[in-house]
Design a protein around this ligand. Structure first.
Ligand code: CAA
Length: 694
């Protein structure tokens, strides 16, 4: 065995040289890895081996460029292009042996091998789009040459990780190896290449699939049109599409590469990719809890109890059944229980994400009961998901304390009540935690995990790991009204309402926030959710805009009208009726409606959110600024290409700019805009929001 460098070795098996990479955690293409590959291929090329296999140790093949190196000053090292050239031009067959994931630069390396062998569990993809980028090492030019233009468009703009069996059908993988026997299969394949004198396939030289798309610009036009909504606001999908267009329309591979280079440079130096790369690490950072070691033992969770078969309880139940965990839902009456279970069944049947037998298995894992005593004796975790009333929750937790086995985790899905108060009725506050799911709970990615005063470390650790298992993105937050997400939302909602009372129309506010990148504005959202949530007809006397709209039976989309008017296809139009209602309210209040600029709308909605984020961090209710961003990107539709409210705060100039704005607003409009004391401290110390790292 020859040690090429700290992460690369060269060994020999008969006629085959084996280059092995071992650079945990994911064999990302750091300078060390690139150097190792370059020197490894050089040494293998100079040896008398007749073929070369590239294989990786650890959990995965190369998972891409080393994202943490982006933007950092480069160490002198071999470039990815040097490595690729060495592989593609090797006079001996090069075989990439793939397990885990071959992603981004990792797949781009594999595409420069002459052949690829993979185990069925492997996944291959070019996910750069999710980082606001495009595959910048020839991937945009090679992928369509292998899989064709349409598939390349889909793969590169979605960033999908394609399972190896599908990749095999697409021609991206040449042979599927038996699971666990990758090395043997790759060696056998290499020996076959030698014995049969197989050609050294260079993807860059095969234009057949591109020819098929030449003279058909409608392929691209149709693709853009079909995905316009999905790509709205993002720069990277369009740049990826342009690269594939360049592959089709360029006279040579090199010309296409040049276009790729230029477009890659544009994205890499842009604000969107900076935000999306930041966010990649933010999500992973959120899993790290200071003071709780990653190897803290977790409590086994094999059976979950849920109280409440409503939309929330049912959605939560599906998360656990989806990963094979048994769930029992308790309701007080048979009818709502039956209704809840029926809704779960129909959700499963409609979603068709799993095969029918898998769907049946999941449905079978969820049962119902009318008795907490019966159902919860042996559960490892209970999640209470009933309506938001402290007395009801306390009553439930006192009962749970009496029923559940020692060590069971007692969780509440409250979206803002004081969990310490809830825990106080039990004799085991260390087992009580908040698990705040977002609606619809089987779809929304965010989980706010709420640590109460006495919550035990292993309960937090178990909850964090469980969140990952059920596919959620978790952020640990502290007890305060609204926690992190809703507390910040409160600021935006307040300003949106006030802006309307000053002369902006709901559709003006919505348009500004939509253009900023939110999926919809607050008024469109109210119409979707129903204006009558929490509205009581008998008590309504036209005191608010909402009262008047609801009294006129404008209760949102479901009644064909709310803030907006809706046509039969539920397309919204500004409503003269709403406009008059608002106007009457303003006049009644003695104010004069004024023209409000888009800039003011945006600043009034966004800056108080950032200020509230700072207050939350100051009070220790979130660990770090990036956790606030994780909550807002995942739970509230903050556009990921703007990183999150705290990242955005830095982007627009940092604490000094936010402070100045808040002071300006405070002087004009009072206390609600009072800057957080920590904001002033950050400015005094010349720090950024990103410095709030916990
Ligand atoms: N660069 C640097 N670090 C990376 C990384 C990368 N490409 N991919 C993962 N990591 C790190 C993570 O930050 C994490 O670090 P910590 O343990 O310190 O938090 C660790 O590796 C493990 O990652 P995950 O927690 O995400 O592990 P997982 O098993 O859930 O997922 C994965 C593994 C599917 C590879 C996932 O990490 C992933 O999707 N990585 C990014 C892949 C990617 O986008 N590649 C393209 C890079 S850009 C590129 O290649 C440009 C180009 O054209 C040259």
């Amino acid at each position: 065995m020859t040690e090429i460098n700290a992460v690369t070795t060269l060994t020999r098996d008969g006629d085959v040289a084996i280059i092995t990479l071992n650079s945990p955690p994911v064999n990302a293409l750091s300078a060390n890895v690139r150097n190792g590959l370059f020197e490894g291929f050089k040494a293998a090329g100079a040896s008398d081996a007749k073929a070369i296999v590239l294989i990786c140790e650890g959990r995965t093949f190369i998972a891409g460029a080393d994202i943490s190196e982006f933007g950092a000053p480069g160490k002198p090292s071999a470039s990815l292009f040097d490595v690729q050239e060495m592989m593609e031009n090797s006079p001996k067959p090069v075989i990439a042996a793939i397990h885990g994931t071959a992603l981004g630069g990792g797949l781009e390396v594999a595409l420069c091998a002459h052949y690829r062998v993979a185990v069925p569990s492997a996944r291959l993809g070019l996910p750069e789009v999710a980082l606001g980028l495009l595959p910048g090492a020839g991937g945009t030019q090679r992928l369509p040459r292998v899989v064709g233009v349409e598939t390349a468009l889909e793969m590169m703009t979605s960033g999908r990780h394609v399972p190896a069996p599908e990749a095999f059908k697409l021609g991206l993988v040449d042979e599927l190896a038996e699971e666990g026997k990758l090395k043997e299969a790759a060696l056998a394949f290499a020996n076959k290449c030698v014995a049969e004198n197989r050609p050294l396939v260079k993807i860059s030289e095969n234009n057949t699939k591109l020819e098929a798309a030449k003279g058909h610009p409608e392929i691209f036009a149709n693709f853009r049109k079909a995905n316009a909504r999905k790509f709205r606001g993002f720069d990277a999908p369009e740049a990826n599409i342009k690269c594939i267009e360049a592959a089709v329309n360029s006279a040579t591979f090199e010309e296409g590469l040049k276009a790729e280079r230029t477009l890659f440079g544009g994205l890499m130096s842009g604000a969107q990719s900076a935000a999306q790369r930041y966010y990649f690490f933010a999500e992973r950072q959120a899993n790290k809890i200071p003071g709780i070691a990653d190897d803290t033992p977790v409590r086994p969770i094999n059976k979950v109890g849920i109280i409440g078969a409503g939309t929330m309880g049912g959605g939560i139940a599906m998360n656990f059944a989806n990963v094979g965990i048994e769930v029992v839902i308790v309701e007080q009456q048979q009818a709502p229980l039956d209704k809840g279970l029926a809704t779960i069944r129909s959700n499963y049947e409609r979603s068709r994400t799993a095969k029918p037998e898998e769907t049946a298995k999941r449905i079978g894992l969820i049962t119902g009961s009318l008795s907490m005593e019966e159902a919860f004796k042996d559960v490892d975790l209970v999640i209470e998901a009933v309506f938001e009333r402290m007395d009801v929750k306390k009553d439930i937790f006192a009962k749970l304390d009496a029923i559940c086995k020692p060590g069971a985790i007692l969780a509440t899905n409250t979206s803002g009540l004081n969990i310490d108060e809830i825990a106080s009725v039990t004799k085991r506050p260390q087992d009580v935690i908040g698990l705040h799911f977002f609606s619809p709970a089987n779809v929304m990615k965010l989980l706010e995990i709420v640590r109460a005063d006495h919550t035990a470390d292993d309960v937090i650790q178990t909850s964090m790991k469980l969140a990952k298992k059920i596919g959620k993105i978790a952020a640990l937050v502290g007890v305060c009204p609204g926690f992190v997400g809703n507390r910040i939302l409160g600021q935006r909602q307040r300003e949106a309402q006030k802006l309307v009372m000053e002369g902006a129309m709901p559709w003006d506010v919505d348009r500004v926030l939509y253009d900023f990148g939110f999926p919809m504005g607050p008024f469109a959202m109210s119409d979707l959710a129903g204006l009558d949530i929490g509205w009581v007809k008998e008590k309504s006397h036209g005191e608010t805009i909402r009262d008047v709209l609801c009294e006129a039976d404008r209760r949102g989309q479901k009644t064909g009208a709310g803030y907006y008017d809706y046509d039969e296809n539920r397309v919204a139009k500004p409503s003269p009726f709403t406009e008059k209602v608002i106007h009457d309210f303003i006049v009644k209040s003695g104010a004069n409606p004024r023209k409000i600029s888009d800039e003011e709308i945006l600043e009034r909605c966004i800056f108080p959110m950032i200020n509230e984020g700072v207050k939350i961090l100051e009070e220790g209710k979130a660990i770090r600024a990036s956790d606030v961003d994780v909550v807002w990107v995942n739970g509230y539709g903050w556009p990921v290409y703007r990183g999150g409210p705290m990242f955005y705060g830095d982007l627009v100039g940092g604490p000094a700019v936010v402070l100045k704005k808040m002071q300006e607003f405070e002087a004009k409009m009072g206390d609600q805009f009072k800057p957080a004391p920590l904001l002033e401290k950050l400015v005094a110390e010349g720090k950024t929001f990103a410095d709030l790292k916990g």
